[in-house]
Design a binder for this molecule. Structure first.
Ligand SMILES: [Zn+2]
Ligand SMILES: [Zn+2]
Length: 472
C-alpha cells in the first residue's frame, strides 16, 4: 500500500527579504503545494488563483457560461458562482467580494479564500512564508475518511477526531486558558455534540479546558483514568462531568466502534507513582492506518503496555519529555510520523533533544505544534496526509528550536539528477497523479520529488492516477 506524507520541515528556506517584495504566494491544499500555469497574485490583500487548478484540487466540477461570464463550481451539495468583475454566490445566496474574479493574462483568476471557505475548507494565511493553506473537510463523507486534529494549544494537549456520520471524539482540551480556543475550534468544524470525551489524566494542561467544553457541548460519554487530584481545576472538571449527565467511565481496556473505525483503550485500573503514568492510552484504527494517543505516559507506563501496538502515527508522550518515548517503546510501535504537542519556549525544555534524537534515529518524521501549529492528519484508511497550519521552520529558525532538529531545517539536498529516459510517465512523490513528461504539471515537479514509471501499469500499481490535463 502506498502511503504518503508531506515532509513539511525541509522547505521554504530560500526565501530572502529581497524576494519578499514580489513574492508569489505558495498555495498548499491538504498538505501538497499546488502548481499553477499562471502564478497566483495578491490584490488588495487577497490571493487570486487560476480557477480551474483550484477547483480541481478541491474536487469540484466547473462549468463556464460565456454569455454571463460566470463560472459555476459544484461539489457535494455546494454550488458557488463567480462572475468576472462582479458578485459571487453560494447556494443562491449573494456574497459580496472585496476583490472579484478577474481575467489576468487570459486566465480567469478567482479569490482563493472565498473559494476555499465557500467549499467548506479551512483557510489560513501565513504572512511570514507567504503561504496560504487550505484543508478540505473530507470527514463526514462516508467510508473510512477520518481526520485527526492536533490543535495548537501551546504547552498542553488537545486532540479532536472527526469521524464519519458526525461522530466526534475529543482527547483533552489544553489549559484553562485554552478552553475557549478549543470550543471555537470545534464550533468552526461544525461539531454538534461530542460522542466520546477522553480526559487522559488530571493535570491542568490536559483537563484545564474541559469545563468550557462541557459547558459548550453535549457530551455522550466521558472516559478518564479514574485518577483524581486535589486541584481546583480537577474539582471543577469533576463537578461539570457529573452535572453533564453523561456516562462517566474509568478506562478499562474498552473498545468503541464507530462505523469502520475502532478506538481501543490499552489502559486500566493500574496504580502508578507518577500521575502522568495514569494517562489513558488508546489507539484509533481505520482500515490500514492507526493512530496512538498517549497523553503524558512516561517510561513505566510505556513499558507496561502489552499487545500489538504498531501504528503509523504516534502522539508523542508528555510533550516530548526525555522520560517518554524510549527507544524500546519506539521500536515496538514503529510509527512513521510523530506529533509533539508542545509550547514555544516552554520552561520544561520540551521536546527534549534526546527524545528528538531517538525519534530521528528510528527514521520517524516529526511534526510539532510549536513549529507547524495546528496539524491535521487525514486518512481514507489506505493512505494518509499531514497538513500543517504552518509549514515552518522558516528562514529564520527561532532561537528555542534545539540544535538537534537543525538538520531538518537545512535547505533541501541538492536535486538528484534524474535522467529523462527512466520511464515513459512521470509523477511526484507529493501527489498521486502521473503525467506525460511534457505536461505542464510534470515539468513543474521539483527534481527531488520526481518518480518515473516505465508504463501505465507501473504507475497504477504504485497507486498513481492519470492526470486529467495531459491524459497520459
Ligand atoms: Zn501534559
Ligand atoms: Zn501531565
Amino acid at each position: 500500500m502506498r502511503k504518503f506524507y508531506i515532509v513539511i520541515l525541509t522547505v521554504l528556506l530560500m526565501l530572502t527579504a529581497a524576494t519578499y517584495a514580489q513574492a508569489t504566494p505558495t498555495v498548499i491544499v491538504n498538505g501538497s503545494s499546488l502548481a499553477f500555469d499562471v502564478s497566483p497574485t495578491i490584490e488588495n490583500g487577497r490571493t487570486l488563483v487560476p480557477l480551474r487548478t483550484i477547483f480541481e484540487a478541491l474536487g469540484a466540477t466547473v462549468q463556464w457560461d460565456d454569455k454571463t461570464n460566470t463560472v459555476t463550481a459544484a461539489k457535494s451539495g455546494t454550488e458557488i458562482k463567480l462572475t468576472i468583475g462582479g458578485q459571487a454566490s453560494k447556494n443562491g445566496q449573494t456574497v459580496n467580494l472585496d476583490v472579484p474574479a478577474k481575467v489576468i493574462d487570459g486566465r480567469t483568476m478567482v479569490p482563493l479564500r472565498f473559494v476555499g471557505e465557500a467549499m467548506g475548507c479551512q483557510v489560513s494565511w501565513d504572512g511570514d512564508t507567504q503561504t496560504i493553506s487550505i484543508v478540505s473537510n473530507i470527514a463526514g463523507t462516508g467510508g473510512n475518511n477520518i481526520e485527526v486534529h492536533y490543535i495548537n494549544v501551546g504547552q498542553a494537549d488537545a486532540i479532536y477526531i472527526s469521524l464519519a456520520d458526525h461522530n466526534d471524539i475529543l482527547i483533552d482540551a489544553g489549559n484553562v486558558a485554552d478552553g475557549l480556543t478549543v470550543v471555537n475550534y470545534l464550533t468552526s468544524r461544525k461539531v454538534d455534540d461530542i460522542e466520546l470525551l477522553i480526559a487522559t489524566h488530571p493535570h491542568e494542561d490536559h483537563i484545564g479546558g474541559l469545563p468550557a467544553v462541557l459547558d459548550a457541548f453535549r457530551v455522550e460519554k466521558i472516559l478518564d483514568s479514574g485518577k483524581t487530584a486535589d486541584s481546583g481545576i480537577y474539582k471543577e472538571y469533576a463537578a461539570k462531568a457529573k452535572a453533564e449527565g453523561a456516562e462517566w467511565i474509568q478506562d478499562n481496556r474498552q473498545t468503541y466502534t464507530f462505523g469502520n473505525t475502532v478506538l481501543q483503550v490499552f489502559t486500566g485500573p493500574e496504580t502508578w507513582q507518577d500521575t502522568n503514568d495514569y494517562s489513558v492510552v488508546c489507539r484509533l484504527d481505520t482500515g490500514d492506518i492507526e493512530f496512538l494517543f498517549t497523553g503524558d505516559a512516561e517510561g513505566p507506563a510505556e513499558a507496561a503496555l502489552a499487545g500489538d501496538l504498531s501504528v503509523e502515527i504516534l502522539k508523542v508522550g508528555h510533550h516530548g519529555s526525555r522520560t517518554s518515548s524510549s527507544a524500546a517503546f519506539l521500536s515496538k510501535i514503529k510509527p512513521e510520523v510523530a506529533v509533539i504537542s508542545v509550547g514555544t519556549g516552554n520552561k520544561y525544555g520540551h521536546p527534549a533533544p534526546e527524545t528528538l534524537q531517538r525519534l530521528k534515529d528510528a527514521g520517524i518524521t516529526i511534526y510539532r505544534t510549536d513549529i507547524n501549529r495546528t496539524l491535521i492528519i487525514m486518512t481514507d484508511g489506505k493512505t494518509y496526509s499531514v497538513a500543517g497550519e504552518r509549514r515552518g521552520p522558516f528562514e529564520r529558525p527561532e532561537p528555542q528550536i534545539p540544535p538537534q532538529i537543525q538538520p531538518q531545517v537545512q535547505p533541501a539536498p541538492e536535486p538528484v539528477q534524474t535522467p529523462a529516459t527512466e520511464g515513459k510517465y512521470v509523477g511526484s512523490l507529493k501527489s498521486n497523479k502521473y503525467h506525460n513528461p511534457n505536461c505542464r504539471y510534470a515539468t513543474s515537479i521539483a527534481p527531488e520529488n520526481v518518480v518515473w514509471f516505465k508504463d501505465k501499469a507501473a504507475a497504477q500499481a504504485a497507486g498513481y492516477e492519470a492526470c486529467k490535463v495531459c491524459n497520459p
